[in-house]
Design a protein around this ligand. Structure first.
Ligand code: AMP
Length: 274
């Protein structure tokens, strides 16, 4: 595995590759969720590039940029064991210059849910993903459904900017109790980790209701909020179609149920595609 810290080193390393390239961008502190993306990309491509970059422009003022878990040594080992060809670990100065040209999230879909609660987050996210997709020159790039709105916006960016890459959505990976894996779960105490299960439990409750024929969004949300009482505070429970437009009634095959809540230090998100 070649570890590249600069653009020049990345370009040099890419010269050693021939055939299709799969790409998995991450912010590191790798867990099984990342690993499932890496393994899928490994299977579906001749070569595999992974990036680890904690992108400052997608963190808002007061968010956990400085505290964000960094585990470079362990991450390098994981990538080596996963047969990654190139691990790209740039510095902030490598990725950004002063007075940058910026792209922005779309005015509607980019400013509901996560975009409403974290204004500016998606601008920074799209900025870095555009750069990384261009640098990797990947044929296929892998993103988790865990960040459903992020996935939708990246797919839209690739479409709107006629970018020559396939965006591959990957399933959410959970621990054995149902908690969606996240690098931020390391902030949770044991007691909080138990309470954090209310997010996935609320989604399970929603599944049960839908399976029993209940499609009314108001009723489903009400029941979910009951389950979510274990969280310290709930930021949103939302039921939208795949275009991120609010629904009154669940549309089977075209619905995402999303939840964001605080439990202890971290703000957690989870979702379910129906
Ligand atoms: P991050 O390092 O949090 O920026 O995540 C990098 C990629 O891994 C993103 O595409 C995430 O959606 C994806 N990811 C993170 N957690 C999970 C998970 N539990 N299951 C599936 N994909 C995930």
């Amino acid at each position: 595995m070649i570890i590249a810290h600069t653009i020049e080193a990345l370009e040099e390393a890419k010269k050693t590759l021939s055939g299709s390239i799969g790409f998995v961008p991450t912010m590191g502190a790798l867990h099984q969720g990342h690993l499932s993306l890496i393994q899928q990309a490994r299977k579906e491509n001749d070569h595999l590039i992974v990036s680890i970059f904690v992108n400052p422009t997608q963190f808002l003022e007061g968010e956990d940029l400085d505290a964000y878990p960094r585990k470079d040594e362990a991450d390098i080992k994981i990538c080596e064991l996963s047969s990654v060809d190139i691990l790209f670990m740039p510095t902030v100065n490598t990725m950004y210059e002063e007075d940058e040209l910026c792209i922005g999230a779309p005015a509607v879909r980019g400013y509901v849910l996560e975009g409403e609660k974290r204004p500016g987050h998606f601008d920074g996210m799209l900025q870095i993903v555009m750069k990384l997709l261009n640098l990797s020159a990947a044929n296929n790039a892998y993103f988790g459904k865990k960040d459903a709105q992020q996935l939708a916006l990246i797919t839209q960016m690739v479409k709107n900017y006629f970018m020559d890459v396939h965006i591959i959505p990957c399933e959410i990976v959970r621990d054995d109790k149902g908690l969606a894996l996240s690098s931020r779960n390391t902030y949770l105490t044991a007691e909080e980790k138990e309470r954090a299960l209310c997010l996935s439990r609320s989604l399970k409750r929603a599944t049960k209701l839908v399976m029993a024929g209940e499609l009314d969004v108001k009723k489903i949300k009400q029941e979910m909020l009951e389950v979510l009482q274990e969280a310290d505070s709930v930021e949103y429970v939302s039921i939208v179609n795949r275009e991120f437009k609010a629904l009154d009634s669940v549309e089977i095959g075209n619905t995402i149920i999303l939840v964001a809540a605080w439990v202890g230090k971290p703000r957690l998100i989870d979702n379910l595609w129906i």
